[in-house]
Design a protein around this ligand. Structure first.
Ligand code: IPE
Ligand code: IPE
Ligand code: MG
Length: 243
C-alpha cells in the first residue's frame, strides 16, 4: 500500500502497481473526429505518451510498457506507417537525449529487423545506455506481437536444446526467452478507445494481469484517467487462483 494524494486534498491508501502496460489506441479515430489526417492523431498520441510516462515515473512505478506498433499494423496504408515510424525516430532520439539526466531506462520489445537502420541504431543505443542506469523503465513495444514473441522464443529454445545447451523447458525458463525476460508481469493493463481486446499484446505476460478499459481515446488520455485506472486496480482482489 502506498499513500496517494487525491486532488480534493484527501489522502487515500491506493496500491500503486509495480508495472502498468498500456495499449495506446484510438489515435486514428481522434483525428478523424476532427477532420484531420490519422497522422495528426499519432502526433498528439505521442505527446500523451510523453506526459503519461513522466506521470508514471513520478508516481513511483517501476515499469511502464506501451504498445506503439504491432506486427499487424503493417497492414495500414504506407503513408500512415511512415508517419508512425517518423514519430518513433523523433521520440526515441529525444528519449536518448534525456534518459541519463532523467534516469529513465528504455527497453525495446519487438522484432527490429524490418525497421529502418536509423530506428535500429537508436534502439541499440537506448538499450546500451540503459545498462548504466537504474530506476524507472519504459518498455517500448515496437513491431511487437505476442504470438511472434512466443514463436521466436520457441525457435531459440529449440536451437539451444538441440545443441545441448539447455535442459527441459518450464514456465520460468520459457519466460527467459521472451522480450520481457527479467521483467515482472504487468499488474495492470489499460486499453483506451473502447475496444475490449488485447490485440496480440503481451499474451504470455498478461495471464494474471488486471484489465482496465476506458472509452477515452489515447490522445485525450490524462493523468486523471490514469488515477481512475489505479483506483479501480486498488479495489481488485487478486487471487491468482487461490482463495
Ligand atoms: C493506435 O491508434 C496507434 C497504433 C496502432 C499505431 P490507432 O491508429 O489504432 O487508432 P484507431 O484505433 O484507428 O482509432
Ligand atoms: C493495437 O491497436 C496496437 C497498438 C496500439 C500499437 P490496433 O488498433 O492495431 O488494434 P485492433 O486492430 O483494433 O485490434
Ligand atoms: Mg486502433
Amino acid at each position: 500500500m502506498r499513500l496517494f494524494k487525491r486532488k480534493a486534498g484527501r489522502a487515500e491508501e491506493l496500491r500503486i502497481p509495480r508495472h502498468i502496460a498500456i495499449i495506446m489506441d484510438g489515435n486514428g479515430r481522434w483525428a478523424q473526429k476532427r477532420g484531420l489526417p490519422r497522422s495528426a492523431g499519432h502526433s498528439v498520441g505521442a505527446e500523451t505518451f510523453r506526459k503519461i510516462a513522466t506521470y508514471c515515473k513520478n508516481l513511483g512505478l517501476e515499469y511502464l510498457t506501451v504498445f506503439a506498433f504491432s506486427t499487424e499494423n503493417w497492414k495500414r496504408p504506407a503513408e500512415e506507417v511512415a508517419s508512425i515510424m517518423a514519430l518513433l525516430e523523433k521520440y526515441l532520439l529525444e528519449a536518448i537525449e534525456k534518459m541519463e539526466k532523467e534516469k529513465i531506462r528504455l527497453h525495446i520489445m519487438g522484432n527490429l529487423e524490418p525497421l529502418s537502420p536509423r530506428l535500429c541504431e537508436l534502439a541499440a543505443y537506448a538499450t546500451e545506455t540503459s545498462k548504466k542506469l537504474d530506476g524507472f523503465q519504459v518498455n517500448l513495444c515496437l513491431n511487437y506481437g505476442g504470438r511472434d514473441e512466443i514463436v521466436r522464443a520457441v525457435r531459440k529454445y529449440a536451437q539451444e536444446y538441440k545443441n545441448g545447451l539447455v535442459g527441459d523447458i518450464d514456465e520460468e525458463r520459457f519466460g527467459g526467452y521472451l522480450y520481457s525476460a527479467g521483467i515482472p508481469d504487468p499488474d495492470l493493463v489499460i486499453r483506451p478507445s473502447g475496444e475490449l481486446r488485447l490485440s496480440n499484446f503481451l499474451i504470455w505476460q498478461t495471464a494474471y494481469s488486471e484489465l482496465y478499459f476506458t472509452d477515452v481515446l489515447w490522445p485525450d488520455f490524462t493523468e486523471a484517467e490514469l488515477d481512475r485506472a489505479i483506483e479501480a486496480y486498488s479495489k481488485r482482489n487478486r487471487r491468482f487462483g487461490g482463495v
